[in-house]
Write a protein that binds this ligand. Structure first.
Ligand SMILES: [Zn+2]
Length: 191
């Protein structure tokens, strides 16, 4: 079984030519947004399960190294360095380069390109309650910014697959903590 729970952050960089396995058109958007096939399938199943197909939209998916670089530089110009460092991952440190991350927004509201609106609606509560059963995690929670080094992003979700998502929720761990735990145990047994 393929492992989708690998860690990508500022200390676990992707090679600049890293490319996802199989990109497909993302569901729930009229724009051309690509995501890894497994994410598309699981997101579709999840959103139909909670009956959110008329309320939830995908605003961002796969971005290659060069797009992330451009986004980062453009954001510095438009929003300043401080905002950018808080909300936009540096090239090679972005989960969007894996094709396993999506940003979600809601219909009927304005969705900012970097920070779409995904809160304060019943459908969001349903999504957050069911997502782990479909392999998704809220990647940058409010109370874990010291671990993730990224500000709270209520719109950014990462596909890690089950049971990883369920274990992480059960332990209240972000991916950094899960990864630490996994490396500890693999180090203990694989010698
Ligand atoms: Zn994102």
């Amino acid at each position: 079984m393929k492992n989708y729970s690998f860690l990508v952050n500022e200390t676990h960089l992707l090679p600049s030519d890293y490319h996802p396995q199989k990109l497909v058109q993302a569901p729930f958007t009229a724009e051309k947004i690509l995501v890894e096939e497994v994410l598309a399938k699981q997101l579709e199943a999840l959103i139909y399960f909670i009956d959110g197909q008329n309320e939830i939209i995908v605003t961002s998916g796969y971005r290659d190294y060069f797009e992330q670089e451009k986004l980062y530089q453009d954001s510095i110009g438009e929003n300043g360095l401080e905002f950018t460092q808080q909300f936009v991952a540096k090239p090679k440190a972005s989960e969007h380069q894996t094709g396993l991350a999506v940003d979600l927004g809601l219909t009927g509201v304005e969705n900012d390109m970097i920070a779409p609106t995904f809160e304060k609606r019943l459908i969001v509560e349903k999504f957050l309650k069911e997502m782990v059963n479909f392999g998704f995690i809220l990647r940058y929670p409010k109370e874990k910014t010291d671990k993730t080094k990224i500000a709270y992003e209520p719109w950014h979700f990462r596909y890690v697959g089950t049971p990883h998502s369920q274990i992480m929720q059960g332990k209240q761990w972000v991916l950094e903590e899960y990864h630490e735990f996994m490396s500890y145990w693999s180090g203990k047994y694989v010698q």
